[in-house]
Design a protein around this ligand. Structure first.
Ligand code: IPM
Ligand code: MN
Length: 349
């Protein structure tokens, strides 16, 4: 019996989460696994009415769950950064979800903005470090508000966190068993402290994985290759900030935010799965947002829970729907409503 915590969140989060849950229910029936869910209201609305975000008691409660499924957070009525740090980053850090796993896979070439790319040309996974780097929140102002103001934002990298992330990426690449190529994406030519540590660690760990081909690309060049030769990539490992940036580009080449999912993984604890597109507030309540990213997040969650067959079947159901039915993957342009899209995946499953 799995215990799944549901955080519907803000904007269109609740709408896509409920389609994800529809598919989870169908998968449970088909593959014979049992689960119970509990909803947690961590959202901008709750913050505005109570001042509450995620506190330590909430974190202790969530530790008892098998997984967390999150719709989206971010409310235009709340100053940017409050919900993001108070809910999403708080959970990532407090639950030590030190990997942000973001598959980039093109299900239907018709939805790819790149010319002449086939489905098999875009099939890679970004392993983003999810616990430190620039996201650590270290820094300070000096002479704030004066003409001499200085703002310092520190990228904090420990050998411990860099090593566990790189090791995860090597293991993942081996298990994925495709091109067996791991690319380190960094900036060794300028960020000479952080990326020196990353590169040394990468080279050290690589010795333990003689079956994996290694490669290096600067982050700026990586964005170029994503557009020019995405077929070169298999698994990419990078830090928190670069991973954040390149996975939005990754989402676009796989067909857009409507299809892009991610997992915040603690391999020894509670992981959290989410569509990466955000709360898209302008579409709230219109039944037009694309729920496929949330459904793909459910597939990733099932994989992490060990329900491998169910995970594969949900992904295949999405692939079928995307291959034959959708006019577009963008909100309002799918040719179907949010709830219809969810039903189609259930039927396909
Ligand atoms: C993401 C988002 C978050 C991040 C924001 C909402 C804090 O952009 O999951 O990629 O920067 O990690
Ligand atoms: Mn992002």
């Amino acid at each position: 019996m799995y215990k799944i915590a549901i955080i519907p969140g803000d904007g269109t989060g609740p709408e896509v989460a409920s389609e994800g849950l529809k598919v989870l229910e169908a998968a449970g029936k088909k593959f014979n696994f049992q689960y119970e869910t509990k909803e947690f209201d961590f959202s901008g609305k709750r913050f505005l009415s109570t001042g509450k975000l995620v506190d330590d008691k909430d974190v202790e409660e969530l530790r008892k769950y098998s997984a967390i499924f999150l719709g989206a957070v971010g409310d235009p009525d709340v100053r940017p950064g409050i919900i993001e740090t108070g809910v999403l980053l708080k959970l990532r850090f407090a639950l030590d979800q030190y990997i942000n796993l973001r598959p980039v896979r093109l299900y239907n070439p018709a939805f790819c903005p790149l010319k002449d790319k086939k489905a098999q040309d875009i099939d890679f996974v970004v392993v983003r470090e999810n616990s430190e780097g620039l996201y650590k929140g270290m820094g300070e102002f000096k002479a704030k508000g004066t003409k001499d103001e200085v703002a310092i934002q520190i990228s904090y990298n420990t050998r411990y966190a860099v090593e566990r992330c790189i090791r995860y990426a090597f293991e993942y690449c081996r298990k994925r068993n495709k091109k067996k190529k791991l690319t380190l994406c960094g900036k060794t030519n300028v960020l000479t402290y952080a990326w020196d540590l990353w590169e040394r660690t990468f080279n050290d760990i690589a010795k333990e994985y003689p079956d994996i081909t290694t490669d290096y690309a600067h982050v700026d060049a990586t964005t170029m290759w994503f557009v020019k030769n995405p077929e070169w990539f298999d698994v990419i490992v990078t830090d928190n900030m670069f991973g954040d940036i390149i996975t939005d580009l990754g989402a676009m080449i796989q067909g857009g935010m409507g299809i892009a999912a991610g997992g915040n993984i603690n391999p020894n604890g509670v992981s959290m799965f989410e569509p990466i597109g955000g709360s898209a507030p302008k579409y709230t309540g219109k039944n037009v947002i694309n729920p496929l990213a949330a459904i793909c997040a459910v597939s990733m969650m099932l994989e992490a829970l060990g329900e491998t067959k169910a995970a594969g079947a949900v992904e295949n159901a999405v692939i079928k729907v995307v291959a034959n039915k959708f006019k577009s993957l963008a909100a309002g342009k799918m040719g179907y409503s949010t709830t219809e899209a969810g039903d189609m995946v259930v039927n396909s499953l």
